[in-house]
Ligand binder design. Structure first.
Ligand SMILES: [Zn+2]
Length: 151
């Protein structure tokens, strides 16, 4: 599992995502492209409903079922991120290990790359007897009132 993950190049742009589709032999339908374009443009974590709404608002009429099916296909192939939350599934762009900053007032989830000091990892390994190979951290907090108004 780890080996295959390391061999697969990381997806860092819309172009990378489209290339991965082609590489996997997935057809890049109009609907699929719209969804990938939207996710890479917003860089947010969105629900299927929100994705459907935003596409409709911009005049891109993609059927409800098609949105769900494409999100399922893209996330099962590791082309987009799928977050399981108690409110439902959210979809994002980054598929390799990353952490999240959860904004409690704006409900935004921001992708961040966090590298813990080796010291801390060794400490956790000593405490648990588990060799750490990967980690994802969830941070929680509030945006400044001025900043949340801009959004
Ligand atoms: Zn994410």
């Amino acid at each position: 599992m780890k080996e295959t993950l390391e061999k697969t190049p990381k997806i860092r742009s819309l172009e990378d995502a489209l290339h991965r589709c082609q590489f996997l032999g997935m057809r890049i339908s109009r609907q699929r492209r719209y969804i990938l374009e939207l996710l890479w443009k917003t860089k947010e974590h969105l629900s299927a409903r929100e994705i459907y709404n935003r596409l409709s608002q911009t005049g891109k009429n993609v059927g409800h079922t098609s949105v769900y099916q494409n999100l399922e296909a893209l996330s099962s192939q590791g082309i987009i991120e799928c977050l399981e939350r108690c409110e439902g599934r959210l979809y994002g762009t980054i598929t390799d290990s990353h952490s999240h900053v959860n904004c409690l007032d704006t409900e935004q989830i921001i992708d961040v790359y966090v590298q813990l000091p080796q010291e801390l990892i060794q400490q956790i390994e000593a405490q648990t007897g588990v060799t750490i190979s990967d980690y994802r951290i969830d941070f929680y907090g509030y945006k400044e009132p001025e900043q949340s108004k801009i959004n």
